[in-house]
Design a binder for this molecule. Structure first.
Ligand code: 3PG
Length: 395
């Protein structure tokens, strides 16, 4: 890939696509700044070379312009980390933004407003991409976490703004993940949880070609349980994926992959910190109750299974860990992986919520690799090529 280190940067306007899609609480406080901190070396390098740094990112999946998805809450943290007063634009294209860019001093930093406030971003609209390109003299993509999206700021812009090179986060992630996935030490285990069931269930099909063991937990669980004819109460189920779940269970069997589901779960009457909760067998969730974490037997089963493994990739929490009541499963897995890392097992944590969970228990520095990409790292693991990487010079 084209490298930042070869580029002539002094006095140049640099458009940096970065993934600043960090979790915010209801008061717009950043609850996990891993992605911001990860990109700081790229920003500082550009600043140190006298570039005029334009930062562009998406936040969430907004429909139109909504305050909830503004990038403004990030300005303070960015300024603290970079040691300069980061300027904030009210838009990501247009005359006003162009004027702000023109006023940037060498080493100055401007943060653009959420790219996804324009639906043209997701549609990879060429005019929108050209408008973004018009802001700068060169393009740096450091948004590994979004490299699996063929969006205007990721793919389109690289056609119009040259050179188009990778930032340090992008290079580090590709280096580590491609290497680790090519020839993993076996047995190789993937743990998949979280609540993006519809978008992740397809990934499981490809994972069955790569892994020896697959542990399914979190929001993934109940679609698979229901597909096996178990009662799941009011647990979250992707109804349109039941047939797929059945065929995946069969495929795992025919491939000789050990696919494990929780044996017991923590159920609750609602998803809230003051919910009533109890542990029940995973195969018999009573009516009116929803599964929100894996239970103690499942924790034991998963941890014993992990003890036999040499490489672990984890994406997606085991339960609704933001509530203490439903955090035990996720925390137990985080602790187990930290312990295994110490014994030479390769442990890779992919993606927003699993990384936040590992940060929450203070174990991030114990893992072999903490990836800033969830979906992106899963797609790499599947063996897919990422559009954001292919768009760069010398890809
Ligand atoms: C992520 O959080 O995985 C990335 O920021 C991409 O977000 P998206 O799934 O909304 O495209």
């Amino acid at each position: 890939l084209g490298s930042l280190k070869e580029a002539d940067l002094k006095g140049k306007r640099v458009f940096v696509r970065v993934d600043l899609n960090v979790p915010l609480d209801d008061n717009c406080n950043i609850t996990d700044d891993t992605r911001i901190r990860a990109a700081v070396p790229t920003f500082k390098y550009l600043m140190g070379c006298g570039a005029k740094v334009i930062l562009a990112s998406h936040m969430g999946r907004p429909k139109g312009v909504t305050q909830k998805y503004s990038l403004k809450p990030l300005v303070l943290r960015l300024s603290e980390l970079l040691g300069v007063k980061v300027k904030m634009a009210n838009d990501c294209i247009g005359e006003e933004v162009e004027e702000m860019v023109a006023e940037l001093p060498e080493g100055g930093v401007l943060l653009l407003e959420n790219l996804r406030f324009y639906e043209e971003e997701g549609k990879n609209d060429p005019e929108f991409a050209k408008n973004l390109a018009a802001l700068a003299d060169l393009y740096v993509n450091d948004a590994f976490g979004t490299a699996h999206r063929a969006h205007a700021s990721i793919e389109g812009v690289a056609k119009y703004l040259k050179p188009a090179v990778a930032g340090f986060v992008m290079l580090k992630e590709l280096d580590y993940l491609v290497g680790a996935m090519k020839n993993p030490k076996r047995p190789f285990t993937a743990i998949v949880g979280g609540w993006k069931v519809s978008s992740k269930i397809g990934v499981i099909e490809s994972l069955l070609e790569k892994v020896d063991i697959l542990l399914l937990g979190g929001g993934m669980t109940y679609t698979f349980l229901k597909a096996q004819g178990c009662s799941v109460g009011s647990s979250y189920v992707a109804e349109d994926k039941l047939d797929l779940a059945t065929s995946l269970l069969e495929k795992a069997k025919s491939k000789g992959v050990a696919l494990l589901l929780p044996s017991d779960v923590v159920v609750a009457d609602k998803s809230a910190s003051d919910a009533d909760s109890k542990v029940v067998p995973a195969s018999a969730i009573p009516d009116g109750w929803m599964g929100l974490d894996i239970g103690p037997d499942s924790i034991k089963l998963f941890c014993e299974t992990l003890d036999t493994t040499k490489t672990v990739f984890w994406n997606g929490p085991m339960g609704v860990f933001v509530f203490e009541k439903f955090a035990a499963g996720t925390e137990a897995i985080a602790k187990k992986l930290a312990e295994l890392s110490g014994k030479g097992v390769t442990t890779i944590i992919g993606g927003g919520n699993s990384v936040a969970a590992v940060e929450k228990v203070g174990l991030a520095d114990k893992m072999s690799h903490i990836s800033t990409g969830g979906g992106a790292s899963l797609e790499l693991l599947e063996g897919k090529q990422l559009p954001g990487v292919l768009a760069l010079d010398d890809a």
